[in-house]
Design a protein around this ligand. Structure first.
Ligand SMILES: Cc1cc2nc3c(=O)[nH]c(=O)nc-3n(C[C@H](O)[C@H](O)[C@H](O)COP(=O)(O)OP(=O)(O)OC[C@H]3O[C@@H](n4cnc5c(N)ncnc54)[C@H](O)[C@@H]3O)c2cc1C
Length: 312
């Protein structure tokens, strides 16, 4: 174990993710203050930030870079009730913050109910779905660059898009959110509706990373069929393509296309990251053969040999 300016660096046999599989980190540290974060980036400017591990597949032999997780003051929040704003650290847990804002009658985040995430991970991925996306509530984002420079990015300067933010190059430390005061009972009702929808349509209790693929558009993913007459931006559910290609339930080793939602890949006991990658390769090949659509991975892959899978 190395102790560097109060930054305790140890190794981690398995990086915790929602898939529950994959390798470890040769160097791992919990970072609880700006000084520790600066120290971490000095030690390894290529460090990787682990959020809640809900959109992450770590390859079986793990990663070489320093892996950090944001704790301490980075996991706290303060609410300004009169302005309906929240200042929250990147390491805070999104579902816990949602419960708190619902309790206080601050509307907005309940639309993200059922999405497991740290605030940092939710910002990088622009987490959201049918009911809303986190970008709708962002006023500004705080972080540091990989050369240790502090950055404050205003909402208008962040290129948020569908499951992307352009923020992945920074080490995010937090953000300020603008919510709206509303009757707490009404906000709670909406939260329950969102949760009921999620539970009814997704395998929430199984080990997965949520949607494996982004929903493709004709203009980006199948341009030869794209007809610009009013259809730009229209997305086809990746799960529908996987389902119609007959791939629900397809299994490679311990990894399986969910029977409930074809865009969710779930892992069974004994599964390896290579099984999930094998399943992704097979599904991508068969959807390409059947529909000519190249699926884009939403799941981020950490590996010694491949670049990150997800686009940020
Ligand atoms: C059951 C289930 C349901 C899901 N449903 C949805 C859904 O409805 N909508 C949706 O959008 N997603 C969904 N997901 C996916 C996941 O919840 C989101 O992508 C979430 O935003 C991931 O956040 P995280 O903190 O777990 O990030 P991680 O998986 O830990 O990391 C994802 C990426 O963000 C980076 N990152 C994390 N924190 C920081 C930081 N502070 N600074 C810089 N980079 C950082 C990581 O390095 C990595 O590249 C679901 C996942 C599961 C398991």
């Amino acid at each position: 174990m190395i102790v560097a300016e109060e930054l305790v660096i140890s190794s981690l046999p398995q990086i915790p993710t929602w898939f529950g599989i994959g390798g470890g980190a040769a160097r791992f540290a919990e970072v609880s203050s700006p000084a520790q974060l600066r120290r971490a980036v000095e030690i390894d400017s290529r460090l990787r930030v682990l959020g809640d591990g809900a959109n992450l597949l770590v390859d079986d032999d793990g990663v070489d870079e320093l892996v950090i997780v944001m704790k301490g003051e980075f996991a706290e929040w303060t609410v300004n009730s009169s302005a309906a704003t929240v200042r929250v650290g990147a390491g805070a847990n999104l579902p816990k913050l949602i419960n708190e804002t619902v309790r206080l009658g601050l509307a907005g985040l309940e639309t993200l109910g059922g999405i497991p995430a740290s605030i940092g991970g939710a910002l990088v991925m622009n987490a959201g779905g049918k009911f809303g996306e986190i970008e709708q509530y962002v006023l500004r984002v705080f972080g540091i660059s990989r050369d240790g420079r502090e950055v404050v990015l205003e909402r208008k300067d962040i290129p948020f898009g569908y499951r992307r933010s352009g923020l992945g190059e920074y080490l995010l430390t937090g953000c300020e959110l603008q919510l709206a005061p509303e009757d707490p009972a009404a906000v709670r009702r909406r939260q329950k509706e969102v949760m009921a929808y999620k539970k009814g349509s997704q395998p929430m209790a199984e080990k997965s990373a949520g949607c494996t693929y982004k929903n493709p558009t004709l203009e980006d993913d199948l341009p030869e069929l794209f007809d610009a007459n009013g259809r730009a931006g229209r997305r086809i559910p990746a799960g529908l393509l996987i389902d119609r290609a007959g791939l629900k339930g397809l299994r490679v080793g311990g990894a399986q296309v969910s029977d409930v939602h074809a865009n969710f890949f779930v892992t069974h006991p004994g599964a390896t990251a290579r099984d999930v990658i094998g399943l992704m390769n097979e599904v991508e090949r068969r959807v390409m053969d059947r529909f000519g659509v190249r699926l884009t991975r939403e799941v981020v892959v950490w590996s010694r040999t491949e670049g990150s899978g997800g686009t940020k």
